[in-house]
Write a protein that binds this ligand. Structure first.
Ligand code: ZN
Length: 133
């Protein structure tokens, strides 16, 4: 893993949480983006080298909606920058980690992403991401 790239936080209302986190962090989100395939509307804040990604579900059966139903709002995933992502996936697979997809998918913020199965990572949802360039 190269570095912690961002921390994903599940929220019920992106508008309200954008205002909250703007006040908290002292900076406005630098982008808002809908990732239809993941069923999320996201916004990104930059704090030093790390980003905060807020995630609101776009429909009631999106993974983020199910997460909030089960656990409430809060920290949803940690995302690590890796390069190249395909090689890291192979390495982690051979180390016994589960992957939620066989190939990386387009994610928000111009990234290729894949998630590790939280059952294999102490219940922490881990995202691997690489810039699409
Ligand atoms: Zn993320």
């Amino acid at each position: 893993m190269n570095k912690l790239e961002h921390i994903g936080i599940a929220v019920k209302n992106l508008e309200e949480s954008n205002r909250l986190f703007s006040r908290l962090l002292g900076t406005d989100p630098y982008k808002t983006e809908i990732v239809e395939r993941e069923g999320v509307k996201t916004s990104f804040f930059k704090v030093g080298d790390v980003k905060i990604e807020l995630l609101e579900a776009t429909h009631p059966d999106s993974p983020v909606a199910r997460f909030i139903e089960k656990k409430g709002e809060g920290v949803h995933h940690l995302a690590f920058d890796v390069q190249p992502i395909e090689e890291k996936m192979e390495n982690l697979k051979s180390e016994g980690f589960g992957l939620l997809a066989d190939t990386p998918k387009p994610g928000a913020d111009n990234k290729k992403i894949v998630f590790l199965h939280p059952k294999t990572t102490n219940s922490v949802l881990i995202e691997l991401c690489q810039d699409r360039g």
